[in-house]
Design a protein around this ligand. Structure first.
Ligand SMILES: [Zn+2]
Length: 561
């Protein structure tokens, strides 16, 4: 009797913590390389043993097994590979679910089972039910803690040369040591490749080099990457800031869940990966102007590097660190290109601009909150889906709690008693959309307008003055009617425009109004369609926030093509 076909999923536990717990870029890259290696080795090993692997990326493996015994064996192999690479990492499994006639139903069931097992912290496939939480927090005062993650006891100390005069000791735990070693190995391989000893070895984001080789008709393009956050910050304008982008496909789980066969599932996940790679390579190329041979040469010079690092690339799941002045255009281009390449797919992004020394986990958490907010503006104008984009600049004063920050920017119509149903005036237009549509403002609109203002040498202080004039409490004061307050906002704005235009013989501020007003019938605010209660969004605050980070080059249309 032929054995029953079953679906099995393995998923690395707390993978975000594993990837981002270190304060150093080296270990973050090393962790990401180890996860990639895990997926490659697992896929190869399982395929060699005649398993059908449907998906293997980002710490997740989906495969077909025949019978429970085979499931147990496959799980044992996967767990072994994962633990030997990550040392303290753990991985959870679903139950093996009989495929039956309905693949999408089995798919749903397998997800549910995985979640249950994760919540329970056990792995019934392996017959173990003990807690599988990662290494315990040790709090012995005389045990040195790992300087990279601060979570586990250190077990080696090494001396690292930071500069000609500065040598520091670093104590690392077993996990961080394995990550750093993985990073060094990759670096060594790359060096060897350069010396012509080996070819076609894993680089940090090889897809970009492939893409560049193709468009420049070359074979030898191999850009270097930054080694730490400081390398990125030093190339930023303003210097010392970095940008983090976290992106994730919209409703991908839902779309994959509708697949009716393992083959269909495999094809769609491959399409998602290909779209991500194409859109990202093109977006990076446009952002850093790498399609021009002269600019490319600049980054290829000895000792030079492209100040960007793709930290995670797992299907539609993406984490990138780049310079502060490229993060917003890059995210905007990436999300727009994504749906241009595959109109039935879309991706959203959260972007954080912060000082280079802010612990990565903090920026990452905020970027995730922004991503969640961005996803709310995912929509489908016409035949093409559009992702959403949200951002925040972290300064010393603003809160890290996204909800509070946004709450502070919202003013309710005081004539309504209940604030849940009251009309509101919001002093931000975030989240933005990636693809233009009626009554929607794209992040590109904002960035291009700000760049135009900068090109016309409009100082940030004048924008700030404008914001003061439009002081929210003034505009939505308790005594005025809300409607009047909104009209007042427009009136004050144009009065200021006229005054400034006369004074400075410069009309760019008017253009700001026109550009931002393009999709809002000439008002300074936009009314979002089909939203109850009515919401009006004002864009000036956003222009002020990003002003320092938008280079004038982005004023030109061709930078966006
Ligand atoms: Zn550590």
């Amino acid at each position: 009797m032929p054995k029953e076909k079953m679906l099995l999923v393995a998923d690395a536990d707390r993978i975000q913590d594993y990837l981002f717990e270190s304060v150093n870029l080296k270990e973050i890259m090393g962790a990401s390389l180890l996860i990639n290696r895990f997926n490659k080795i697992a896929e190869k090993t399982l395929k060699a043993a005649n398993y059908q692997v449907i998906y293997s990326a980002g710490g997740v493996v989906r495969l077909m097994v025949e019978g429970k015994e085979e499931a147990r064996q496959a799980a044992g192999v996967i767990e072994n590979i994962y633990q030997s690479l990550t040392k303290t990492g753990t991985i959870s499994f679903s139950r093996a679910i009989p495929l039956g006639a309905d693949f999408s139903k089995a798919n749903l069931e397998v997800e549910r089972s995985l979640r249950e097992n994760k919540d329970r912290g056990g792995s019934p496939v392996l017959g173990k039910n003990e807690g599988r939480s990662p290494a315990m927090l040790l709090s012995w005062p005389y045990l040195a803690h790992c300087t990279a993650c601060g979570l586990r006891p250190a077990n080696t100390t090494e001396w690292v040369r930071y500069s000609l005069t500065e040598i520091k000791s670093e104590s690392l735990c077993t996990t961080c040591q394995a990550k750093r070693e993985a990073y060094r190995q990759a670096k060594r391989r790359k060096e060897k490749k350069k010396e012509g000893q080996q070819k076609n070895l894993t680089l940090f984001y090889p897809e970009l080099n492939h893409y560049l080789n193709e468009i420049h008709h070359r074979e030898d393009i191999d850009l270097e990457n930054p080694e730490d956050f400081g390398d990125v910050g030093s190339r930023s304008h303003p210097s010392g800031y970095v940008g983090f982008i976290v992106a994730d496909g919209n409703r991908m789980g839902q779309k994959l869940g509708k697949c009716r066969s393992p083959e269909e599932y495999h094809d769609l996940s491959q399409k998602i990966i290909d779209t991500t790679n194409q859109a990202l390579s093109k977006a990076i190329t446009l952002t850093f102007d790498l399609n021009h041979p002269q600019t490319l040469q600049k980054y290829e010079k000895e000792g030079e590097y492209l100040p960007l690092q793709v930290l995670v690339m797992g299907g539609d799941d993406l984490v990138i660190v780049t310079t502060a002045d490229t993060a917003l255009p890059l995210a905007s281009l990436f999300c727009r290109l994504y749906s241009e390449i595959s109109p039935d797919l879309s991706i959203s992004a959260g972007v954080v601009l912060a000082k280079e020394n802010l612990p990565f986990l903090i920026s990452h958490e905020l970027a995730h909150a922004l991503l969640k907010s961005a996803k709310k503006s995912n929509y489908t104008p016409g035949k093409i889906e559009s992702g959403g984009l949200d951002f925040q600049v972290i300064t010393a004063s603003n809160a890290l709690q996204l909800e509070n920050t946004r709450q502070e920017m919202t003013y309710f119509n005081p004539s309504h008693v209940n604030s849940d149903t009251a009309e509101r005036l919001v002093f931000t237009a975030r989240p933005y959309v990636a693809t233009a549509g009626p009554k929607r403002v794209t992040l590109q609109d904002l960035l291009q307008t700000v760049a135009q203002l900068k090109k016309a040498e409009m100082p940030r202080s004048q924008l700030a003055n404008l914001y003061e004039l439009l002081n929210p409490t003034y505009a939505a004061g308790s005594s005025t009617e809300f409607e009047k307050a909104c009209q007042h906002l427009d009136r004050e704005y144009y009065r200021l425009v006229n005054r400034l235009s006369v004074k400075n013989t410069w009309h760019k501020l008017e253009e700001l109004g026109e550009c931002l007003g393009q999709r809002s019938d000439g008002h300074l605010y936009i009314e979002l369609p089909n939203l109850t209660p009515l919401e009006r969004r004002v864009l000036v605050a956003d222009a002020i926030e990003v002003y320092e980070f938008v280079p004038v080059e982005w004023a030109e249309d061709n930078r966006w093509k």
